[in-house]
Design a protein around this ligand. Structure first.
Ligand SMILES: [Zn+2]
Length: 124
């Protein structure tokens, strides 16, 4: 947990491989967009964030619990991450992009993830 973002983490790879199998073309590592979405679909102007529940503060998620020590530090730190995420979402929208967040916990437990991705990317 030393880095806020690490690339090529497993959840990202799973989502990428799903999108790839469904035949969607995408770019990685943000393609210059606010917040550097994990998957960017330039033709569709859609982006997918694969978020770690802890670092991005997934609400009501068992994976999002503050460490027992240094609570104040973590609260501030994670709140900062959450606010920064929100700013980035707004910036994306202003640029005419939509986005979808896929949480780490959903990747591990949600069988319908494939359909969620498909529905998002194929919606008119
Ligand atoms: Zn979660």
């Amino acid at each position: 947990m030393s880095k806020i973002r690490s690339h090529d983490t497993k959840p990202e790879l799973i989502v990428r491989s799903m999108a790839h199998k469904m035949g969607f073309r995408f770019r990685l590592n943000g393609a210059g967009l606010p917040g550097r979405p994990d998957l960017v679909f330039p033709k569709l102007k859609r982006a997918i964030f694969v978020h770690g529940c802890f670092w991005h503060g997934h609400r009501n998620c068992p994976r999002f619990t503050l460490p027992a020590s240094n609570k104040r530090f973590w609260k501030r730190k994670l709140l900062g991450n959450i606010l920064r995420d929100k700013q980035n979402y707004r910036r994306l929208n202003r640029l005419g992009w939509s986005y979808k967040i896929i949480w780490q916990c959903q990747i591990l437990s949600d069988d319908s993830l494939l359909y969620k991705i498909k529905n998002y990317l194929e919606a008119k």
